[in-house]
Design a protein around this ligand. Structure first.
Ligand SMILES: Cc1cc2nc3c(=O)[nH]c(=O)nc-3n(C[C@H](O)[C@H](O)[C@H](O)COP(=O)(O)OP(=O)(O)OC[C@H]3O[C@@H](n4cnc5c(N)ncnc54)[C@H](O)[C@@H]3O)c2cc1C
Length: 379
């Protein structure tokens, strides 16, 4: 399937409000219930609707991103939190939270950028658990979290456990000791309810544990985390290329690069969906990292082509609606964790390890078995 169609009502709603959602003048709390009412959070959730394929959720995020990257990122946050529950052994937590998340009555937020960086050995976990009367008490912070609806949310975070391991927990918005900052002052995506969270002596009962071992759990959810994120670049690139095509005449010098970019986009989309469905990214994450980098580059190239196609009109306020927003939205794609810089570094590290493997094989020198090493997972 190349596209997931949105209803005309939802497409119109997104088009009508995309600028305000970007500028922060639209009520952010409307996004999750609107996407929920359209059934989007059910996509790719076994037993929740017509589709049980994660690829359908990726394509739906792409479709929303064609209209508004901010709304698509809110969708990603909600759907990724749902994915954490789907892949959690804690069935009670899943059964308790899922109904509200699927309808959009409750917001789900993911504070796991820190954990994804931790997984790659880039930074330490920013939340620490102490044990008190058999329960965990958490201290720390999550500097960036999207979809923190002031009306209520659940958020996933990674913590260093009292025994020095790492675990993933969910927290409700009203947990005593959890405080939300005002929305961060962003250059785009402003109605995305993006804020920081501070944790001071937050009591976490065992029922809120998503997984007791982050080093095992994170590599498992990462293909969905990154795959769903790829929907953002797919949709933004698609829309920018459509706008560029509409603006450039048939004999225009842009025809060749536009055709090349459109072909590249279709190929990457196909590879992504196939790979997510056949599970190859679980054992070969580098291929997914490369795909995410290629999509980020393609999104940047697509808005550049849109600019060139519009010419000076793109620079006049109101002459080419949506262009300036897409230009700012495109700046988000390479920096969201895992960032392009992070992925490039990770790929280089893995290649160096593979190089060592190859050299060892040539010299018949045994190498340490891949596995969990200290705080860092090497797959
Ligand atoms: C609008 C918005 C919404 C966001 N929403 C969320 C959210 O919902 N949840 C969430 O968890 N996070 C969220 N983030 C955070 C985001 O995913 C990044 O983690 C955040 O931008 C932090 O990256 P940084 O540039 O501050 O990283 P820095 O640590 O300052 O690094 C700068 C750059 O270098 C790279 N880098 C740093 N150290 C290394 C290293 N050792 N090796 C290789 N590369 C390295 C980084 O990836 C980055 O590209 C959001 C960010 C934005 C802008």
């Amino acid at each position: 399937m190349a596209h997931t169609r949105l209803s005309a009502t939802l497409s119109d709603w997104l088009d009508t409000h995309a600028e305000a959602i970007d500028a922060g003048t639209h009520d952010p709390s409307a996004i999750v219930p609107t996407l929920g009412a359209a059934g989007l959070f059910r996509l790719g959730v076994p037993g929740a609707g017509d589709s049980s394929r994660t690829g359908d959720a990726i394509l739906a995020i792409a479709e929303v991103a064609r209209h508004s990257l901010a709304a698509a990122f809110v969708y990603w946050s909600q759907r990724t939190f749902i994915e954490y529950l789907l892949q959690s052994p804690n069935a009670t937590l899943r059964e308790r939270l899922l109904p509200g998340l699927l309808t959009g009555a409750t917001a789900g937020a993911t504070g796991l950028s820190n954990a994804m960086k931790f997984l790659c050995g880039i930074e330490a976990l920013q939340i620490t658990a102490r044990e008190q009367d058999g329960r965990w008490r958490l201290d720390g912070r999550m500097p960036w979290v999207t979809n923190l609806r002031p009306q209520g949310f659940h958020v996933a975070g990674a913590v260093t456990t009292p025994r020095g391991g790492s675990a993933i927990v969910a927290l409700p918005h009203d947990a005593p000791g959890l405080s939300r900052s005002a929305d961060l002052d962003l250059i785009a995506l402003q109605s995305s309810n993006t804020a920081a969270l501070a944790l001071t002596d937050v009591d976490v009962p065992p029922e809120w544990l998503i997984h007791e071992n982050a080093a095992i759990y994170l590599p498992h959810v990462r293909p969905a985390f990154v795959g769903l994120q790829c929907g953002l670049a797919l949709g933004l690139a698609q829309r920018a290329l459509e706008e560029a095509q509409a603006s450039s005449g048939p004999r225009h010098a842009l025809q060749a690069p536009l055709a090349q970019a459109s072909h590249g986009l279709a190929t990457l989309r196909e590879q992504l969906i196939e790979g997510v469905h056949d599970g190859r990214y679980r054992t070969a994450p580098t291929a997914l990292f490369e795909l995410r980098i290629s999509l980020a580059e393609l999104a940047a190239q697509a808005v550049q082509l849109e600019l060139r196609a519009h010419g000076g009109a793109a620079y006049l306020n109101g002459k080419r609606p949506g262009f300036a927003r897409r230009w700012r939205e495109a700046a988000f794609v390479p920096i969201v964790t895992p960032s392009v810089v992070q992925l490039q570094t990770e790929i280089a590290k893995r290649r160096a390890v593979d190089g060592v493997d190859a050299a060892c094989a040539r010299r018949a020198v045994p190498r340490a078995k891949p596995g969990v090493r200290g705080t860092k997972v090497v797959q």
